[in-house]
Write a protein that binds this ligand. Structure first.
Ligand SMILES: Cc1ncc(C[n+]2csc(CCOP(=O)(O)OP(=O)(O)O)c2C)c(N)n1
Ligand SMILES: [Mg+2]
Length: 272
């Protein structure tokens, strides 16, 4: 499977979802796209066929505002129909809401209030160990999200319980809702902080599917401690006029911007 191409194709689905709903969080969708694409298509043992098997892997999208990227990946994996989601996304009464809804197939946990995914994953990973299950547990967090204190309580507990079946990914795009993460709540070296909490740390290029594949394979080999992958990404990745712009955290493209973005993403998909 050509994962690089797939990530661009899924970005086109994101664009359709946001155009239809006239709402969404496009910047963080685009930065997380390779992370989700690699996880769902190369790394995790999760599919519509095994979604109720306790031995499956578990995934939580802790940066729940990046829901359009999550819908795109889940639909391509066969959990939902993209045309149905596009037609009903964000409509009154629809289950396809702007943040993860665990009433929908493939979604384990409601999220959107930042800072809860990692602590919940600690509980899931601990339970898997207690039951001697082979499952691995994955969580994707934003870098702005790391300002939530609950993340660090979870980080402490994960190393206390030697949760080597837990892998956290930080979408390190250096922006949050209102500007640079370094201005809002500076982080120095995120990896050093996790290491101080007893984690194995892998820093890698987060919009590069090959680099991510390697990082996840490395994480799986580490015993006795949880791993965090600090994925260095670009917010808005793939659409040049959206890249590294805080304003595109949740701006909705105009029709003209939509056409421009679509053209660029199509060209990039075709070039892969
Ligand atoms: C507890 C909580 N506080 C505030 C918000 C509002 N909020 C939504 S997205 C966001 C910024 C998140 O930034 P980051 O985690 O870096 O996400 P990304 O850059 O990947 O979009 C904030 C503050 C929230 N969803 N939850
Ligand atoms: Mg961010």
């Amino acid at each position: 499977m050509n994962l690089k191409k797939l990530a661009y194709e899924l970005r086109l689905d994101v664009l359709e979802l946001i155009r239809s709903a006239k709402a969404g969080h496009i910047g963080g969708d685009m930065s997380a796209m390779e992370i989700l694409t690699v996880l769902y298509n190369k790394v995790m043992n999760i599919s519509p066929e095994n979604q109720n098997d306790p031995n499956r892997d578990y995934f939580i999208m802790s940066k729940g505002h990046s829901m359009e990227a999550y819908y795109a990946v889940l639909c391509r994996k066969g959990f939902m129909e993209i045309d149905d989601v596009v037609a009903n996304y964000s409509r009154f009464g629809s289950q396809y809401i702007g943040h993860p809804n665990n009433k929908l197939p493939g979604i384990e946990m409601n999220s959107g209030s930042l800072g809860h995914g990692l602590p919940v994953c600690v509980g899931i990973a601990k339970a898997c160990k207690m039951d001697n299950r082979p499952s691995r547990v994955y969580v994707v967090m934003g870098d702005g999200e790391l300002a939530e204190g609950s993340v660090w309580e979870g980080a402490m507990a994960a190393s206390q319980y030697n949760l080597d079946n837990l892998c956290a990914v930080v979408d390190r795009n250096r922006l949050q809702i209102s500007g640079s993460t370094e201005d809002v709540m500076h982080q120095d070296d995120v990896g050093v902080r996790f290491a101080a909490f007893g984690w194995n740390v892998i820093t890698t290029a987060g919009n590069d599917t090959d680099a991510l594949e390697k990082a996840f394979a490395q994480a799986e080999k580490v015993k006795g401690k949880p791993t965090v992958i600090v994925a260095e990404t670009t917010k808005g990745c793939g659409v040049s006029f959206m890249e590294n712009q805080a304003g595109w955290h949740h701006r909705v493209p105009t029709e003209e911007e939509y056409e421009l973005a679509k053209k660029e993403l199509r060209e990039k998909a075709e070039a892969c």
